[in-house]
Design a protein around this ligand. Structure first.
Ligand code: C5P
Length: 408
């Protein structure tokens, strides 16, 4: 078998894969194949509902091991008790993790083999949720997710996208390679262990009145990817995020805000930090006097005129702090022309250590898209990276940070 990308941190690891009952269970065979390519040992548990979507034979052929189901009988119990099954693994991976399984886990219920193993294990647990968008967004599921994260459960995905049920939104299971990447990160080296990182992401919303606001098109994809990569590298990471539809990155403490001023307060409250990455698209101005009541369209009154006030510059404020200035402050410069020249000037003006300059002219598709073309501006010569996914930009940035801090 080939091992893609050299030796994987998964080589020799034992993964107990619980396959829940959702259409995403059809991706389980591919997931097993990817794990086996990396020389991980995979043992599968198939729930009764999972059985409707994939077969024990498919799973056992690929895992080259037997598959445990609820038909687990007394012979099995004497040969391989559920306690041992849950513990003879380095990690328990649930993919797909259904709303039902998550609910049982959050409630500590154990009506079947899968839930029993999850309650009995003393190993890390990672979930790859997959469900209909409404089910994912339902307060009950979100409540369960919060509880599970507090219990230390790792979560990868779900992604946004078209779903088998015909709806669109968050709820698609992370792709097998994304799940593999999350596992590799979990087992891989953690060069930033012991450091604290602060990341801003997303847009800000600046209120006009109680129902209207001014916003921008930032998706938060790049900032969230950076927070996730810092956490994977072992940094204790706080993400201060404006309103976005991005899922919370695994292992990151997320503080949600709406306005620039709230973002600054949340950033200052998160200090001290060794690393600060300001990836948010903060509104430069806010409406000077937010109306306490909804502005009314008066007959013959014409449109209201709005007066603006300048918002705080979070990057410049963090960079200029005398006390508790983060050791390495990194900003972004979204430019549409003279990208490097403008970014060099911005680094000077803001007093930050590094700037990631990106070309956001419409032809690049950077805004809201999945890819980014950046140049790293620091004390050294500008370093232009090839076009990369936002996830790869995040990984490369974290790699550069680790090198800079002598931890690579
Ligand atoms: O000045 P400009 O908005 O182009 O600067 C971009 C950089 O500054 C980004 O890193 C952004 O997160 C940060 N910024 C900030 N607070 C602002 C405006 C921008 O932190 N009010």
């Amino acid at each position: 078998m080939t091992v893609p990308n050299g030796a994987s941190p998964l080589a020799g690891r034992r993964v107990l894969l619980i396959v829940g009952g959702g259409i995403a269970a059809v991706k389980a065979p591919d997931l097993i194949r990817r794990l086996r390519e990396r020389r991980a040992a995979v043992r599968c548990v198939l729930t009764a509902a999972g059985h409707e979507f994939t077969t024990p034979l498919a799973l056992s052929s690929l895992s080259e091991d037997r598959v445990f189901t609820d038909l687990f009988d007394l012979t099995d119990e004497s040969e391989m008790g559920h306690i041992q099954l849950s513990r003879q693994a380095d990690i328990v991976l649930v993919a797909p993790a259904t709303a039902n399984l998550m609910g049982r886990m959050a409630a500590g219920m154990a009506p079947d083999l899968a839930a029993t193993l999850l309650l009995a294990t003393d190993k890390p647990v990672m979930l790859a949720p997959a469900m209909n968008v409404r089910m994912w967004l339902h307060p009950a599921t979100q409540r369960n997710l919060t509880i599970l994260k507090q219990d230390g459960v790792l979560v990868v995905g779900p992604n946004d996208g078209a779903m088998a049920c015909g709806e669109f939104g968050p709820g698609r299971m992370a792709e097998p390679l994304e799940i593999v990447a999350a596992l590799e990160a979990h087992f891989g080296p953690r060069p930033l262990q012991g450091l604290r990182a602060l990341v801003t992401s997303g847009p800000t919303h600046e209120p006009i009145d109680p129902v209207r606001y001014i916003a921008n098109r930032s998706s938060g994809k790049q900032g969230h990817a950076i927070a996730a990569a810092l956490a994977r590298a072992g940094a204790e990471t706080v993400l201060v995020s404006g309103p976005t539809s991005q899922p919370d990155p695994a292992g990151v403490e997320v503080r949600r805000i709406e306005t620039a001023r709230q973002m600054l307060d949340a950033c200052e409250a998160a200090l001290p930090a060794d690393i600060a990455v300001c990836a948010a698209a903060v509104a430069d101005w806010r409406v000077a006097t937010e109306a306490g009541e909804k502005l009314k369209k008066e007959k013959g009154g014409g449109p209201p005129s709005l007066a603006f006030a300048e918002n705080p510059d979070i990057l410049a404020t963090l960079s200029g702090r005398r006390e508790a200035r983060p050791g390495l402050v990194i900003g972004f410069a979204a430019e549409t022309e003279k990208v490097i020249e403008h970014a060099v000037a911005k680094r000077e003006r803001k007093g930050c250590d590094w700037i990631l300059a990106n070309d956001v002219s419409p032809a690049t598709g950077t805004f809201g898209g999945d890819n980014n073309s950046v140049t790293l501006i620091s004390d050294a010569a500008p370093d232009t990276w090839p076009p990369l996914s936002k996830q790869q930009v995040a990984d490369r940035l974290v790699q550069r940070i680790a090198e800079h801090l002598g931890r690579a």
